[in-house]
Write a protein that binds this ligand. Structure first.
Ligand code: FES
Ligand SMILES: [Fe+2]
Length: 412
């Protein structure tokens, strides 16, 4: 259980809220790279309760600017994208890829250069990695070092990125990735049919947690019984402030990132990759992604307007536990069903919620430290990050998961 004040501190991100200020100090995934075409349409992106547009300039570079034109606020989503810049279609002001106003044709010719020079605007560094455009929206000048991303540098066919806009606060999205006990219940119809480790996860709905704090977040192990003398262990790496590397159940790896659109909406990123070979068609038909790749920029659009997020009662009558035709939609439906911002002062938490509790504690400590001293947890070391992604493994009851996870265990 959390006090109302702490819940507000953890969840509110807009209008200068402390959590928004803290989160903005991190490189933030904004839009899929593929969505931006040179000289193509600018794309609206809402983050932290503010509206921006992303665009790809003539030379391939990416610009990220306020949606409102600095002149009189017309939307730059309507702008022409040409000559390595956006040109507002209202009075023709031109904003280049760095965010600088370079032409103001609405002014008399002898005043144009001087006026363009004097217009002060916010600049937002943008960078592409892993098929995603990342932006820095902090208010303290230079961006932090770019984080170590295990999928950065792989060729495009090794990485698949999906995004979803969910109608709930960002922390509900993050907590959903760290809560292992729901996996055996909510996802049982998908996992029960899987071979290997995910099938084992379905066997024990009451995992015991162990965790280690790391320089970048927390490593959680959800430990389940597997027969009389073995344990099934799912190790999730949480990287502050919003990334979870979770075990996939196969040799691909996945990162899930929950970022704030505003206080009551979040954008979730599902980045799946394989270090060794291109992803196969199976990736698109796998129950993680099944049916969702047709809407890669917001797959929740597929269930908008449907009763109960498309839950199928006939499917349930036929034996499916949740009635959802996709594992990820099960998560989205649950997170949105908790309400725009879940009231954590009314929760009744148990031992299986320990990962959620520890993560809240770390986030609360970090947002307060940032408020008090400007310190940004996890940002001191640009190479900070897990050596492995999420790991699932079955070990002898006498074994220590820490030793095995750092040894030859892979992402199975
Ligand atoms: S509002 Fe954009 S140029 Fe005037
Ligand atoms: Fe889930």
């Amino acid at each position: 259980m959390l006090s109302h004040e702490d819940n507000e501190l953890l969840t509110r991100v807009g209008g200068g809220a402390p959590m928004g200020a803290y989160l903005r100090e991190h490189w933030t995934p904004a839009v899929r790279s593929e969505r931006l075409v040179a000289d193509g349409a600018p794309v609206r992106v809402r983050l932290f309760g503010e509206n921006f547009v992303a665009f790809r300039a003539t030379d391939g570079r990416v610009g990220f600017v306020d949606e409102a034109c600095p002149h009189r606020g017309a939307s730059l989503a309507l702008a022409r994208n040409e000559d390595c810049a956006l040109r507002c279609i209202y009075h023709g002001w031109k904003i280049d890829v760095s965010g600088t106003v370079v032409e103001v044709p609405s002014e008399p010719a002898d005043r144009q250069a001087d006026m363009a020079d004097k217009i002060a605007i916010d600049r937002y560094p943008a960078r592409e990695a892993g098929g995603v455009v990342w932006v820095y929206l902090g208010v303290h000048g230079d961006p932090p070092p770019f984080p170590r991303l295990p999928y950065d540098g792989l060729s495009a066919d090794h990485v698949r990125v999906l995004a979803a806009e969910t109608h709930c606060n960002w922390l509900q999205a993050v907590e959903g990735t760290l809560d292992s006990s729901h996996v055996s219940i909510l996802h049982q119809s998908w996992l029960g049919s899987s071979s290997g480790s995910l099938g084992e996860t379905a066997q024990d709905s009451a995992p015991r947690y162990e965790s280690d704090e790391t320089g970048y977040g927390i490593r959680f192990a959800a430990i389940r019984h597997s027969g009389d003398d073995h344990l099934h262990v799912r190790v999730t790496e949480f990287v502050m402030p919003w990334t979870a590397y979770i075990p996939t159940g196969d040799e691909d790896r996945i990162a899930i990132i929950g970022t704030p659109i505003d206080d009551e909406h979040s954008r979730q990123w599902f980045i799946r990759w394989n270090d060794d070979h291109p992803l196969t068609e199976d990736t698109d038909t796998h129950f993680w992604y099944h049916d969702l790749t047709v809407a890669p920029d917001d797959f929740t659009a597929l269930v908008r307007g449907k009763d109960n997020w498309g839950q199928d009662r006939a499917l349930m009558s036929d034996g499916h536990f949740s009635g959802f035709t996709n594992l990820v939609l099960e998560d989205v439906a649950i997170q949105e069903s908790q309400g725009p911002i879940v009231d954590r002062s009314r929760e009744k938490l148990g031992t299986s919620d320990i990962a959620v509790v520890k993560t809240r504690r770390l986030l609360l400590g970090s947002v307060r430290a940032h408020e008090n001293s400007g310190a940004v947890f996890g940002r001191q070391d640009p190479l900070a990050g897990p050596d492995t992604a999420g790991v699932a493994m079955t070990i002898a009851a006498t074994e220590d998961w820490r030793t095995t996870a750092s040894g030859e265990a892979r992402y199975v």
